[in-house]
Design a binder for this molecule. Structure first.
Ligand SMILES: NC(=O)c1ccc[n+]([C@@H]2O[C@H](COP(=O)([O-])OP(=O)(O)OC[C@H]3O[C@@H](n4cnc5c(N)ncnc54)[C@H](O)[C@@H]3O)[C@@H](O)[C@H]2O)c1
Ligand SMILES: O=P(O)(O)OC[C@H](O)CO
Length: 311
């Protein structure tokens, strides 16, 4: 089965590099004039990897969509017709702010004849590209297709587990970014490791509550795509979401142009919470911080002054 990857950022390039160990892969990017990706320094491109800026070169059976969540809708609006009918695997970890939908729903709406899947889980692009061992979740509602894609996209270093819970897998990846910002802010503000553990644990409860309200299976959130990715992202300075939180907490500027999916996703979550009738205090606070509505010096009081409750 042929493979193409759309989006030549750090993650799309890393996936293309590792998948090229099994056969030819086409990688599409809009700004692909390099032989070493500046977003993924020190990684050589294998001979089986073909770079292109022409969508027509991406007529593969399986196409991985590795664009940021907030630009995916615009890309699909222009290119959906070309990709309909293929296996379309979303690799984005976010919720679209304009529609409040996850990437898989955007893809399904734009490409109704496609098989939609999600590839997610704890994984830094640099680790994948270096061939370090990584376990991910492949989610597809069709169990046979899930098995086929699991086999196609697993490699010697990339071990895929499969599930049919697309909503749960996708939301785990999106929501952990929001909580990672909060965890980073706690550390950046000097609140310490105990505070971070509270944020991670209560954040996980929020992730599970929201995902369940949107039809996910709670056990999916306890897997690689939820808890696994939450642990990675809240504990490593390799994470851009965590580093963004560190900067917020410390009152420092953060590098403009860095992909921080959790900022827009927190705003989407804050818009969803009242519609679903649920409370998501950490996520709603991150939305306030990201929008500049809430000052970091008030963040702790907002969380600690909430009414006492059962765990
Ligand atoms: N980097 C990682 O370690 C990692 C790991 C797992 C998942 N992800 C997810 O992968 C997705 C992409 O992240 P990334 O790390 O590759 O980001 P990145 O910042 O490295 O790259 C983003 C890419 O998107 C391209 N882009 C932006 N707007 C575009 C548009 N309108 N049309 C076409 N291309 C456009 C940019 O040119 C760039 O190549 C995110 O949802 C992220 O959460 C990233
Ligand atoms: O750098 P981040 O914060 O976007 O995290 C990258 C991956 O999602 C970690 O699994």
């Amino acid at each position: 089965m042929s493979v193409a990857v759309i989006g030549a950022g750090a993650f799309g390039t890393a996936l293309a590099v590792v998948l090229a160990s099994k056969g030819p892969v086409t990688l599409w990017g809009r700004d692909i004039g390099w032989s070493e990706n500046p977003r993924l320094p020190g990684i050589d491109l294998p001979p089986a990897l073909r770079l292109t800026d022409r969508i027509e070169d991406c007529a593969a059976e399986t196409v991985l969509l590795a664009l940021p969540a907030q630009v995916l809708g615009g890309f699909l609006a222009e290119q959906a017709q070309f990709f309909d009918g293929r296996n379309l695997v979303s690799c984005a970890k976010g919720i679209d702010l304009s529609t409040l939908q996850g990437p898989s729903a955007l893809i399904a709406a734009a490409c109704p004849a496609a098989t939609v899947a999600v590839l997610t889980g704890p994984s830094f692009a640099a680790d994948i590209a270096r061939g370090l061992p990584t376990a991910l979740t492949l989610a597809c509602a069709d169990p046979d297709k899930a098995e086929t894609l699991q086999a196609q996209l697993s490699t010697a270093s990339l071990r895929l587990y499969r599930t049919t819970d697309v909503t749960g897998a996708e939301l785990g990846g999106a929501l952990k970014n929001v909580i990672a910002i909060a965890a980073g802010a706690a550390i950046g503000a000097g609140y310490g490791d105990s505070a971070r553990a509270s944020v991670v644990t209560r954040g996980f409860a929020e992730m599970t509550r929201l995902a369940a309200a949107l039809g996910a299976r709670p056990e999916t959130l306890a897997g690689l795509s939820g808890l696994g990715d939450l642990v990675l992202t809240c504990t490593s300075e390799q994470s851009r979401n965590f580093r963004y939180g560190l900067a917020l907490g410390a009152g420092r500027d953060f590098a403009a142009g860095t992909t921080v999916e959790g900022a827009a996703t927190a705003r989407a979550v804050a818009a969803l919470a009242p519609k679903l009738g649920i409370e998501l205090p950490i996520s709603q606070l991150v939305a306030g911080l990201a929008e500049g509505r809430v000052a970091m010096k008030h963040a702790l009081d907002i969380l600690l002054n909430r009414p006492l409750k059962e765990e």
